[in-house]
Ligand binder design. Structure first.
Ligand SMILES: *Cc1c(COP(=O)(O)O)cnc(C)c1O
Length: 356
């Protein structure tokens, strides 16, 4: 059975919006644009024309970056938008569900709630170092579970799900569910990616983002990598002209060989700091546990979380805590910052704990 039977019929049969044609040499009187930019005099690039319907050059650049064909890629406004598109494409309100493995990225459940889809949890436990159990995850899948979200490396636990386990999930759920692998942090894990494997499975989708390792969170740019029919359905749902001209220009600039090399060096620097911070936190008496991480953050459990949050608050240092995640009691997620920022955090923890 193919995924044609899984996608919502409204989406499979959608008549997408047809945009005004954009031949460059023509007199463009078909899109109700202003013929000049009122701001031309400022020397900034004019924005009076709509951008390309889809940023094809960027799509091609991202396909090259992720080692797949351009027909496997849809460029989205951050991978958050890709999550939303996938849930709306596959989940019928009030009937279908997604499976998530908490503690994990909270947006899967939020978008499912918005769509009226159910969320089934297959929890990871700290006692098992947050390892995903394939058999248990499969057991949680209901007949109408359309999507299984696997975040690897996982936010906020920092560990990976072995690729063999994800492939096993895809095989086992073939014709029933799409496995969505969120690889937001892949670059911090030696570029280990399942993107190249999407060609072999029609129910495997990989999400990538430029928000983390590429340092472009402000640009709002991500990509869905999947089988061409699935990419086609999502493309039909995505707003016309979704990617703004300045965003496409800035991201294309970041795709130059020199800038990609800079981004790789930044990742190496972050990984080095991650190792230093892991060791430093590990040595602190106030720390119960710091979990090994394949990302640009650390998850750490403290004996006295309230004292930690107080000490950091006093020095205006922000970290993420999880008051609504029972499995993460006493834990905070600490982003790896610059060396100076990381030293400020360590100093705050040391002095805060001594005073308290
Ligand atoms: C940060 C993050 C994203 C990225 O979101 P964008 O919309 O691309 O900025 C996606 N998934 C996870 C798990 C994340 O941590």
């Amino acid at each position: 059975m193919s995924i044609e039977t899984l996608v919502r019929p409204e989406i499979r049969n959608l008549n997408p919006y047809v945009t005004a044609r954009q031949e460059s040499a023509s007199v463009r009187l078909n899109a109700n644009e202003l013929p000049w930019s009122p701001r031309d005099a400022d020397g900034v690039a004019p924005l009076n024309r709509y951008p390309d319907i889809r940023p094809v050059t960027l799509q091609t650049a991202l396909a090259r970056l992720y080692g797949v064909a351009a027909t496997n890629v849809l460029v989205t406004r951050g991978s958050s938008e890709a999550i939303d598109l996938l849930i709306r494409a596959f989940c019928r309100a009030g009937r279908d569900s997604i499976v998530v493995t908490p503690p994990t990225f909270a947006m899967y459940r939020v978008y499912a709630d918005i769509q009226g889809a159910g969320t089934i949890a297959a929890p990871l436990s700290a006692e098992r170092d947050f390892r995903l159990d394939v058999a248990e995850t499969l057991e949680r899948c209901a007949p109408d579970t359309k999507l299984v979200f696997v975040c690897s490396p996982n936010n906020p636990t920092g560990n990976i799900v072995p690729q063999a386990d994800i492939i096993e999930l895809a095989r086992a759920r073939s014709g029933q569910s799409v496995i969505v692998v969120d690889e937001a942090y892949a670059e911090f894990n030696d570029e280990d990616s399942l993107a190249a494997s999407v060609a072999g499975f029609d129910n495997l989708v990989v999400l990538r983002t430029l928000s983390k390792a590429l340092g472009l969170a402000g640009a709002r740019c991500g990509a869905v990598i999947g089988a061409p029919p699935l990419i086609g359905w999502l493309n039909g749902m995505l707003a016309p002209y979704a990617l703004a001209t300045p965003v496409v220009d800035r991201v294309m600039e970041a795709m130059s060989a020199a800038n990609l090399n800079r981004a790789r060096r930044a990742v190496i620097e972050v990984v080095r700091e991650r190792q230093r911070m892991t060791a430093a936190l590990d040595a602190m008496p106030s720390v119960v546990r710091v979990w090994p991480s394949r990302t640009n953050f650390l998850l750490a459990r403290f004996h006295d979380l309230a004292a930690v949050l107080r000490a950091l608050h006093e020095r205006r240092i922000l970290v993420r805590d999880f008051p609504h995640e029972p499995g993460l009691a006493g834990c905070v997620r600490i982003t790896i910052g610059s060396r100076e920022e990381n030293d400020l955090l360590l100093a705050a923890l040391r002095s805060g704990m001594e005073d308290g």
